[in-house]
Design a protein around this ligand. Sequence first.
Ligand code: SIN
Length: 292
Amino acid sequence: MMQAVTQNFEVRRLGETFFAEIVGLDLSEPLDEPSFARVKKAHLDHGVVVFRDQRLTPEQHIAFSQRFGSLQIHPMGQFNLEKYPEILLVSTDKHPDGRPVGIADAGRYWHTDMAYMKEPALGSLLYARAIPAEGGDTMFADMTAAYESLPVEMKERLSKLRAIHHFGSRWSREQKKAGLRPPQTKEEQERNPPVEHPMVRTHPETGRKAIYAGGFTVGVAGMPEDEASALLDWVETHVTQPHCVYRHKWRLHDLVFWDNRCAMHHATEFPEHMRRHMHRTTVKGDAPFFAA
Ligand code: SIN
């Protein structure tokens, strides 16, 4: 067992309202408590952090992620790394028989991870093992800044609403759109029935409020479909205004850790012949709540 060590590192804000980079840290070594506390604070202060220049085995990636909580296993098990089900593969690679090893077009829409579960993800840690020479950036939206810039009457309106989230609806939409994913089996469809969460959630650690609706949202409880769809479109336009968005250009061996409780993300396209291969762990969070 390696000894936990103190490490000195720098935290630099990159985005206007959120997103920071952390340089000078080696996550392949276990961090001692004071260093870990600084990392945790940086994550809470900035919502998304990128640890530059990491060299991580799956075990080290998992061990660091587990310091933030227990890990969630992605429901589409065939895309989890063999022997390491805690790692979801976001990858263009193929098995020798042509089957995709991972979800090549994961997250090409605004969303927060696992929003379709009763206890959605606290955070996700995405590690770049191969990146394309062009494209393939990930955009992030600061849902706290988005909430804070809402008109007062909209803050009040959204705070009273509950959104409905459903994994299967999104999966089948993406499956039909790009044809890169297999359809879900009946068993996979039944595993994650729709769930409701408040549309504004209070962050359990910072106490700040953030909008909570995105790509897995299929409706608003008690609201007619066309009204809900117009409202959800309005919300997406609002939260993706330039002052709320930071676009991350990946460098090889970046590990990006986002807080799904207050940030959405959206993967972008890249030329089809280029390789992109990422490992993702997902830390389980609490059931979202709204505290007035
Ligand atoms: C994801 O939504 O987890 C994938 C993001 C990305 O590949 O950039």
